[in-house]
Design a protein around this ligand. Sequence first.
Ligand code: PEP
Length: 243
Amino acid sequence: MPALIVGNWKMNGLGEDIAEVAAMAGSSAAKGRSGIWIAPPFTLIDRAVIVSAGAVKIGGQDCHGNAKGAHTGCVSAPMLADLGAGFVIVGHSERRRDNGETDADVRAKAMAGRAAELEVILCIGETRGQRDSGQTEAVLSSQLAGSLPDDAEGLIIAYEPVWAIGTGLTPTLGDVETAHAHIRSQIVARFGPAGHGVRILYGGSVTPANAGDLLRVADVGGVLVGGASLTAQSLLAIAAAAP
Ligand code: PEP
Protein backbone atom coordinates (compact mmCIF):
# COMPACT_ATOMS: atom_id res chain seq x y z
CA MET A 1 0.00 0.00 0.00
CA PRO A 2 1.63 3.33 -1.03
CA ALA A 3 2.25 5.70 1.86
CA LEU A 4 -0.31 8.40 2.50
CA ILE A 5 1.13 11.81 3.42
CA VAL A 6 -1.42 14.08 5.13
CA GLY A 7 -0.69 17.71 5.99
CA ASN A 8 -2.59 19.49 8.76
CA TRP A 9 -2.13 23.24 8.41
CA LYS A 10 -3.90 23.98 11.72
CA MET A 11 -4.60 27.75 12.10
CA ASN A 12 -2.08 28.73 9.44
CA GLY A 13 -2.51 29.95 5.90
CA LEU A 14 -3.82 33.00 4.05
CA GLY A 15 -4.78 33.39 0.40
CA GLU A 16 -1.17 33.77 -0.73
CA ASP A 17 -0.33 30.35 0.73
CA ILE A 18 -2.62 28.59 -1.73
CA ALA A 19 0.41 28.61 -4.03
CA GLU A 20 1.90 25.90 -1.81
CA VAL A 21 -1.08 23.64 -2.46
CA ALA A 22 -0.76 24.34 -6.18
CA ALA A 23 2.93 23.38 -6.05
CA MET A 24 2.11 20.16 -4.19
CA ALA A 25 -0.57 19.32 -6.73
CA GLY A 26 1.83 19.96 -9.59
CA SER A 27 4.48 17.59 -8.26
CA SER A 28 4.99 14.06 -9.46
CA ALA A 29 4.65 12.87 -5.83
CA ALA A 30 1.00 13.88 -5.84
CA LYS A 31 0.44 11.92 -9.02
CA GLY A 32 2.83 9.10 -8.17
CA ARG A 33 3.10 6.47 -5.50
CA SER A 34 2.52 8.65 -2.43
CA GLY A 35 -0.90 10.15 -1.98
CA ILE A 36 -0.83 13.70 -0.64
CA TRP A 37 -3.77 15.08 1.30
CA ILE A 38 -3.95 18.58 2.83
CA ALA A 39 -6.24 19.94 5.54
CA PRO A 40 -5.99 23.74 5.23
CA PRO A 41 -8.01 26.04 7.48
CA PHE A 42 -11.73 26.16 6.61
CA THR A 43 -11.21 29.55 4.94
CA LEU A 44 -8.96 28.06 2.25
CA ILE A 45 -10.77 24.81 1.51
CA ASP A 46 -12.67 25.98 -1.54
CA ARG A 47 -9.60 27.63 -3.09
CA ALA A 48 -7.46 24.60 -2.27
CA VAL A 49 -9.97 22.31 -3.96
CA ILE A 50 -9.78 24.42 -7.10
CA VAL A 51 -5.98 24.68 -7.35
CA SER A 52 -5.38 21.05 -6.43
CA ALA A 53 -7.55 19.94 -9.37
CA GLY A 54 -7.94 16.48 -7.84
CA ALA A 55 -4.18 15.80 -7.58
CA VAL A 56 -4.18 16.56 -3.83
CA LYS A 57 -7.18 15.56 -1.73
CA ILE A 58 -8.40 18.47 0.40
CA GLY A 59 -10.07 18.02 3.77
CA GLY A 60 -11.24 19.68 6.95
CA GLN A 61 -9.44 19.74 10.30
CA ASP A 62 -12.67 19.20 12.24
CA CYS A 63 -16.42 19.04 11.81
CA HIS A 64 -19.47 19.23 14.04
CA GLY A 65 -21.23 16.06 15.14
CA ASN A 66 -24.52 17.30 13.72
CA ALA A 67 -25.29 17.90 10.06
CA LYS A 68 -26.85 21.33 10.74
CA GLY A 69 -28.39 23.41 13.50
CA ALA A 70 -27.90 26.20 16.01
CA HIS A 71 -24.15 25.95 16.54
CA THR A 72 -22.66 29.38 15.92
CA GLY A 73 -19.26 29.31 14.30
CA CYS A 74 -19.22 25.58 13.65
CA VAL A 75 -18.85 23.77 10.34
CA SER A 76 -20.62 20.51 9.52
CA ALA A 77 -19.44 17.53 7.52
CA PRO A 78 -21.99 18.15 4.72
CA MET A 79 -20.65 21.72 4.47
CA LEU A 80 -17.13 20.34 3.98
CA ALA A 81 -18.35 17.90 1.36
CA ASP A 82 -20.25 20.73 -0.32
CA LEU A 83 -16.96 22.62 -0.74
CA GLY A 84 -15.36 19.61 -2.40
CA ALA A 85 -13.50 18.26 0.63
CA GLY A 86 -12.85 14.53 0.59
CA PHE A 87 -11.88 13.88 4.18
CA VAL A 88 -12.02 15.26 7.70
CA ILE A 89 -9.69 14.96 10.70
CA VAL A 90 -11.47 14.33 14.01
CA GLY A 91 -10.20 14.03 17.56
CA HIS A 92 -6.93 15.92 17.09
CA SER A 93 -5.35 16.35 20.52
CA GLU A 94 -5.35 20.14 20.12
CA ARG A 95 -9.12 20.06 19.81
CA ARG A 96 -9.45 17.66 22.72
CA ARG A 97 -7.24 20.05 24.75
CA ASP A 98 -8.55 23.45 23.57
CA ASN A 99 -12.22 22.55 23.17
CA GLY A 100 -12.65 19.83 25.76
CA GLU A 101 -13.71 17.29 23.15
CA THR A 102 -14.47 13.88 24.61
CA ASP A 103 -14.29 10.47 22.95
CA ALA A 104 -18.09 10.61 22.59
CA ASP A 105 -17.79 13.94 20.76
CA VAL A 106 -15.12 12.48 18.52
CA ARG A 107 -17.29 9.47 17.73
CA ALA A 108 -20.18 11.77 16.79
CA LYS A 109 -17.88 13.73 14.48
CA ALA A 110 -16.56 10.53 12.92
CA MET A 111 -20.10 9.31 12.31
CA ALA A 112 -21.07 12.70 10.85
CA GLY A 113 -18.06 12.62 8.55
CA ARG A 114 -18.93 9.16 7.25
CA ALA A 115 -22.59 10.12 6.80
CA ALA A 116 -21.36 12.92 4.53
CA GLU A 117 -19.23 10.37 2.65
CA LEU A 118 -15.97 11.91 3.80
CA GLU A 119 -13.02 9.73 4.70
CA VAL A 120 -12.36 10.16 8.39
CA ILE A 121 -8.92 10.45 10.03
CA LEU A 122 -9.48 9.72 13.72
CA CYS A 123 -6.60 10.85 15.98
CA ILE A 124 -5.62 9.13 19.20
CA GLY A 125 -2.53 9.28 21.39
CA GLU A 126 -1.16 9.31 24.88
CA THR A 127 0.32 12.17 26.92
CA ARG A 128 3.88 12.06 28.22
CA GLY A 129 2.65 11.29 31.71
CA GLN A 130 0.52 8.42 30.46
CA ARG A 131 3.47 6.93 28.56
CA ASP A 132 5.83 7.34 31.50
CA SER A 133 3.38 5.56 33.79
CA GLY A 134 2.95 2.64 31.39
CA GLN A 135 -0.60 3.48 30.34
CA THR A 136 -0.06 3.97 26.61
CA GLU A 137 -1.87 0.86 25.42
CA ALA A 138 -4.72 1.31 27.91
CA VAL A 139 -5.20 4.91 26.77
CA LEU A 140 -5.22 3.92 23.09
CA SER A 141 -7.71 1.13 23.78
CA SER A 142 -9.96 3.44 25.74
CA GLN A 143 -9.88 6.19 23.10
CA LEU A 144 -10.68 3.68 20.37
CA ALA A 145 -13.49 2.08 22.35
CA GLY A 146 -15.08 5.47 22.92
CA SER A 147 -14.59 7.10 19.56
CA LEU A 148 -14.67 4.56 16.74
CA PRO A 149 -17.57 4.92 14.32
CA ASP A 150 -19.87 1.99 13.55
CA ASP A 151 -17.87 0.50 10.71
CA ALA A 152 -14.41 0.45 9.24
CA GLU A 153 -15.19 1.74 5.77
CA GLY A 154 -13.62 5.10 5.03
CA LEU A 155 -11.79 5.09 8.35
CA ILE A 156 -8.14 5.97 8.95
CA ILE A 157 -6.53 6.05 12.40
CA ALA A 158 -3.73 8.50 13.21
CA TYR A 159 -1.52 7.53 16.14
CA GLU A 160 -0.29 10.87 17.47
CA PRO A 161 1.48 10.84 20.84
CA VAL A 162 0.46 14.18 22.36
CA TRP A 163 3.99 14.82 23.63
CA ALA A 164 5.42 14.42 20.12
CA ILE A 165 3.19 17.04 18.45
CA GLY A 166 5.09 20.20 17.63
CA THR A 167 7.89 19.38 20.05
CA GLY A 168 10.58 17.92 17.82
CA LEU A 169 10.36 14.73 19.89
CA THR A 170 9.39 11.37 18.43
CA PRO A 171 8.93 7.92 19.97
CA THR A 172 11.52 5.28 19.16
CA LEU A 173 10.75 3.32 16.03
CA GLY A 174 10.12 0.33 18.28
CA ASP A 175 7.58 2.26 20.30
CA VAL A 176 5.80 3.34 17.12
CA GLU A 177 5.69 -0.28 15.95
CA THR A 178 4.32 -1.45 19.30
CA ALA A 179 1.63 1.23 19.33
CA HIS A 180 0.55 0.51 15.76
CA ALA A 181 0.40 -3.23 16.46
CA HIS A 182 -1.77 -2.55 19.48
CA ILE A 183 -4.08 -0.27 17.51
CA ARG A 184 -4.36 -2.89 14.75
CA SER A 185 -5.31 -5.58 17.26
CA GLN A 186 -8.01 -3.35 18.72
CA ILE A 187 -9.44 -2.45 15.33
CA VAL A 188 -9.53 -6.05 14.18
CA ALA A 189 -11.15 -7.07 17.47
CA ARG A 190 -13.79 -4.43 16.88
CA PHE A 191 -14.42 -4.74 13.14
CA GLY A 192 -13.23 -8.25 12.31
CA PRO A 193 -11.42 -8.79 8.98
CA ALA A 194 -12.48 -5.31 7.79
CA GLY A 195 -10.16 -3.94 10.47
CA HIS A 196 -7.17 -5.11 8.46
CA GLY A 197 -8.08 -2.61 5.75
CA VAL A 198 -7.93 0.43 8.04
CA ARG A 199 -4.80 2.48 7.41
CA ILE A 200 -2.86 3.63 10.47
CA LEU A 201 -0.83 6.85 10.20
CA TYR A 202 1.88 8.07 12.55
CA GLY A 203 1.88 11.77 13.51
CA GLY A 204 4.13 13.91 15.71
CA SER A 205 7.18 15.95 14.63
CA VAL A 206 7.53 14.22 11.27
CA THR A 207 10.19 15.92 9.13
CA PRO A 208 11.97 15.16 5.87
CA ALA A 209 14.84 13.84 8.02
CA ASN A 210 12.88 11.23 9.98
CA ALA A 211 10.03 10.39 7.59
CA GLY A 212 11.88 7.62 5.76
CA ASP A 213 12.60 5.70 8.97
CA LEU A 214 9.07 6.18 10.33
CA LEU A 215 7.47 5.10 7.06
CA ARG A 216 9.49 1.87 7.10
CA VAL A 217 8.08 0.80 10.47
CA ALA A 218 5.70 -2.15 10.24
CA ASP A 219 2.07 -1.11 9.76
CA VAL A 220 2.82 2.60 9.39
CA GLY A 221 0.63 3.38 6.41
CA GLY A 222 1.58 7.03 6.19
CA VAL A 223 2.16 10.15 8.24
CA LEU A 224 0.10 13.05 9.55
CA VAL A 225 2.28 16.15 9.42
CA GLY A 226 1.75 19.54 11.07
CA GLY A 227 4.56 22.09 10.91
CA ALA A 228 6.47 20.42 8.11
CA SER A 229 3.39 20.41 5.84
CA LEU A 230 3.17 24.17 5.43
CA THR A 231 5.45 24.41 2.42
CA ALA A 232 5.47 22.30 -0.71
CA GLN A 233 9.24 21.93 -0.45
CA SER A 234 9.06 20.34 2.99
CA LEU A 235 5.99 18.17 2.39
CA LEU A 236 7.27 16.92 -0.94
CA ALA A 237 10.58 16.00 0.71
CA ILE A 238 8.60 13.89 3.19
CA ALA A 239 6.71 12.26 0.31
CA ALA A 240 10.01 11.59 -1.47
CA ALA A 241 11.28 9.76 1.63
CA ALA A 242 8.50 7.20 1.43
CA PRO A 243 9.85 3.75 0.61
C1 PEP B 1 -0.23 17.37 14.05
O1 PEP B 1 -0.68 18.47 14.31
O2 PEP B 1 -1.01 16.45 13.77
C2 PEP B 1 1.21 17.17 14.06
C3 PEP B 1 1.64 15.96 13.95
O3 PEP B 1 1.99 18.28 14.19
P1 PEP B 1 3.59 18.35 14.03
O4 PEP B 1 3.95 17.57 12.79
O5 PEP B 1 3.91 19.80 13.91
O6 PEP B 1 4.18 17.73 15.24
